[in-house]
Write a protein that binds this ligand. Structure first.
Ligand code: FES
Length: 109
């Protein structure tokens, strides 16, 4: 498990709400949508370029109506929250590593 003390605080932090529900928990053996989203992103990022940010799991960002939720933050920049992410949708996983998201990442760092 990654602890905040172990993190590089100069890098932006991508936080996954691991408790978000996507309505598929019954058919996904009780594994929350947010946890599946984080796992899918980890799997994707291991097979693609190095993400350039720290990752962590958190429990609820008070955006439950827009689950699944991810936030991007840094100590010296803006914070962004992204919602309505589907862990089963490859384009949503890819979007967290590309295009406009990368622009936000650059703004946050
Ligand atoms: S459970 Fe994910 S934002 Fe509340």
């Amino acid at each position: 498990m990654l602890h905040i003390a172990d993190m590089d605080h100069n890098k932006p932090i991508l936080s996954f709400c691991t408790t978000c529900r996507d309505g598929q928990e019954v058919v996904q053996r009780g594994i929350r949508g947010g946890t599946r989203l984080a796992r899918a992103f980890l799997s994707y990022s291991e097979s693609s370029q190095k993400p350039g940010f720290e990752m962590r799991g958190v429990q609820c960002m008070s955006q439950c109506k827009r689950s699944c939720i991810v936030s991007l933050s840094s100590s010296a920049g803006f914070s962004y929250i992204f919602g309505d992410l589907n862990p089963a949708e490859p384009s949503h996983i890819e979007a967290l590593n590309e295009g406009p998201f990368r622009a936000k990442l650059n703004a946050a760092s």
